[in-house]
Design a protein around this ligand. Structure first.
Ligand SMILES: C[S@@+](CC[C@H](N)C(=O)[O-])C[C@H]1O[C@@H](n2cnc3c(N)ncnc32)[C@H](O)[C@@H]1O
Length: 239
């Protein structure tokens, strides 16, 4: 077996998989997650899927090199559409993409989520969009992790079917603020979290400066208001 060393980001994702789960990894690329799920989380079975043939071939080669071809099916196709009822998938992992794309995959594949008991989602950006989708679609956030690896900060969101409002009720903060920063991460405020929002704040301040020279319209005024609100929130959470 030529098993690769996991990055911290992937290790956090794998930690969220329950022992004995039946896992689908959508956008698998290298195939590391399904292999780890089978080897270390004793996943009964897994599906490794990717929309592009090159990454899927890489996953397939890696799975074969680990002797796991019989335990992990590889599927070429977009999003959740590759899943069949007979797969009995209970855990879906979608990692390493933007939050908007992950949300689109969830929305377009809703019908395939009926038997699913756990979503493990790792957006590279725009985690707030995913929180909003989970809230709107009856998924309860149960865990949020944030970590820094090299120069990147990653968020890993875990959700189960259930009372979507529950994590937001435990906090006195405005709902929109909790969606942006994450209800659990907002309480924890670790160094990776502070790093991320310090950077975002700088970015928003630059956009605000650029907008200062723009012709004032209803749109730019609304955008400035929103940015000012976000900057004020970021200042609160990083101190
Ligand atoms: C940056 S890689 C992330 C790989 C791995 N999930 C990780 O977290 O390390 C994103 C992968 O998602 C695949 N992908 C993008 N859109 C997809 C879609 N709609 N359905 C399935 N796979 C997709 C890409 O081909 C690529 O292999």
């Amino acid at each position: 077996m030529k098993k690769a060393v996991l990055s911290d980001r992937l290790a956090v994702i794998v930690e969220q998989i329950d022992q004995g789960a039946v896992v689908a990894d959508i956008g698998t690329d290298h195939g590391l997650v399904p292999v780890e799920a089978v080897v270390h989380r004793e996943a009964e079975h897994a599906v490794a899927a990717d929309v592009n043939a090159g990454p899927l071939q890489a996953a397939s080669d890696y799975i074969a090199s680990c002797g796991l071809t019989g335990k992990i099916d590889t599927r070429l196709g977009s999003g959740l559409t590759v899943l069949k009822e007979t797969d009995r998938i209970d855990t879906v992992v979608i990692a390493g993409m933007g939050g908007t794309l992950i949300t689109e995959i969830l929305e377009e594949g809703k019908a395939h989520l009926r038997p699913v008991q756990k979503l493990i989602l790792q957006p590279n950006v725009s985690a707030g969009r995913i929180r909003q989708w989970l809230f709107d679609n009856g998924w309860k956030l149960t865990n949020e992790r944030i970590l820094k690896e090299d120069r990147h900060v990653y968020e890993v969101l875990t959700a189960v079917p259930g009372e979507a409002e529950a994590p937001y009720r435990e906090n006195q903060e405005p709902f929109e603020k909790q969606l942006l920063f994450g209800p659990y991460l907002l309480k924890e405020r670790n160094n990776a979290f502070k790093d991320k929002w310090m950077r975002e704040k700088d970015n928003w301040q630059q956009i605000l400066q650029q907008l200062a020279n723009a012709v004032p319209t209803e749109q730019t005024t609304a955008k400035k208001q929103k940015l000012n609100q976000y900057i004020a929130w970021a200042e609160e959470v990083i101190t």
